[in-house]
Design a binder for this molecule. Structure first.
Ligand SMILES: [Zn+2]
Ligand SMILES: [Zn+2]
Length: 382
């Protein structure tokens, strides 16, 4: 449905420029995302308000909008100088919205953060993120682990403490007042560009630090302590805020992402929060039942009771001996699948006994096939 720019701003179709600006200032403040934290609709309303005002405050666009509606603007109807107009609140749209916003508020940006984060300016000033791949064992994933790694990062220069100055003194750039950007008025919009005096850093250095040559940033190896939480899963990543590359513009470092991959285990396989392993038993243990002991992933001895008549592929469940659930005081289960070892060769005595059993039990010469999907507790196909 076509949006009505006049009703978005709450003005009549005949509103003059002053009325439009007044309405815009009011609506922009009301709907500004910084003032409506947690309200997902606010950003959408804010975009609409900006879109409406950017159109109606421009005589040319307003004329086209009044005649052809919003579609006319998209199609560039009239062809008079704004073919690049975009109704999207994308990267290019955001900058022009900021200019409009600043112009309407007399050049002062009262909500610096919002535009800062959407235009990616924060992204430019912030240090880059760093990725590190870490392989851990299933045991480490089970119990959690504390370790430290050595990574190569861009770090603040130590001798000058990141000031870029030998005497650790640097003065705020007087040209831009420390912001690193200069605003210039062009027609009715203010345009900001990187300050030439300080090259955007916002500071001026007189006695340059020889270690970093005034760049404030050096390549360095850094030791980072990492705590892997119990229960972490293969493919998950840990974010260490501020442990990425340092930034030359300010002190906001990027983040460090630790990508976890879990090495396969010799005996145990993970299925969600459960652990599964296969245990071989003798045919007699399956028939008669038995008690056996086995070591779980933590190395604890666990007693397992095999009931008489256990079938091949049956899994026995030991509660709460599986993998821990992240951030919960719960654990999955340990599932032990019985693998019945059929003897491949028999001694004379054993053969005699088996023959006796066969005689007592009886053997069918034409057995019927088993129905499929009857063994629901079987995890693998045998
Ligand atoms: Zn400057
Ligand atoms: Zn330095």
């Amino acid at each position: 449905m076509a949006k009505n720019f006049y009703s978005i701003l709450g003005v009549s179709k005949n509103a003059n420029k002053d009325e439009l600006k007044k309405a815009y200032r009011q609506k922009a403040i009301e709907s500004h995302p910084d003032k409506n934290k947690g309200d997902a609709g606010a950003e959408e309303r804010f975009k609409e308000v900006n879109e409406a005002y950017s159109t109606l405050s421009d005589d040319n666009k307003r004329k086209i909008y009044d005649t052809y509606g919003e579609d006319g603007l998209r199609a560039g109807a009239g062809g008079s100088g704004f073919s690049g107009f975009s109704s999207n609140f994308g990267a290019s749209g955001a900058n022009s919205f900021q200019d409009i916003f600043e112009e309407a508020f007399g050049g002062e940006s009262i909500f610096e953060n919002f535009f800062g984060s959407t235009t990616g300016r924060r992204g430019q000033n912030r240090g880059e993120d760093l990725k590190y791949e870490m392989r851990i064992s299933l045991e480490q994933a089970l119990s959690g682990s504390e370790t430290s790694i050595s990574i190569s990062t861009k770090d603040l220069c130590k001798p000058c403490e990141g000031t870029g100055s030998k005497n650790k003194t640097a003065s705020t750039c007087s040209t831009c007042g420390g912001s690193g950007r200069i605003k210039q008025m062009r027609s009715i919009f203010s345009v900001s560009s990187t300050c030439h005096a300080c090259r955007g850093s916002g500071i001026l250095i007189k006695d340059i630090c020889p270690s970093c040559r005034g760049k404030r940033i050096v390549h360095a190896r850094k030791k980072v302590d990492i705590a892997i939480p119990p229960g972490i899963e293969d493919g998950q990543s840990l974010r260490l805020t501020g442990k990425g590359h340092a930034s030359g513009h300010n002190d906001i470092a990027g983040d460090l992402y630790i990508l976890i991959s879990i090495l396969p285990h010799k005996y145990f396989i993970r299925d969600g929060n459960n652990l599964i392993c296969r245990i071989p038993i003798q045919i007699t243990q399956a028939v008669l039942g038995s008690s056996i002991y086995l070591k779980n992933l933590e190395g604890e001895q666990i007693k397992l009771t095999i009931p008489p008549g256990s079938q091949h592929g049956t899994s026995l469940r030991i509660k709460n001996k599986g993998m821990p659930l992240l951030q919960k005081r719960m654990r999955g289960d340990l599932l032990i699948m019985l693998h019945i070892d059929i003897p491949k060769s028999l001694s004379g005595k054993a053969k005699k006994l088996f023959l006796e059993i066969a005689e007592v039990q009886g053997e069918s010469e034409s057995p019927e096939p088993l129905q499929l999907n009857t063994k629901k507790r079987s995890f693998f196909n045998f």
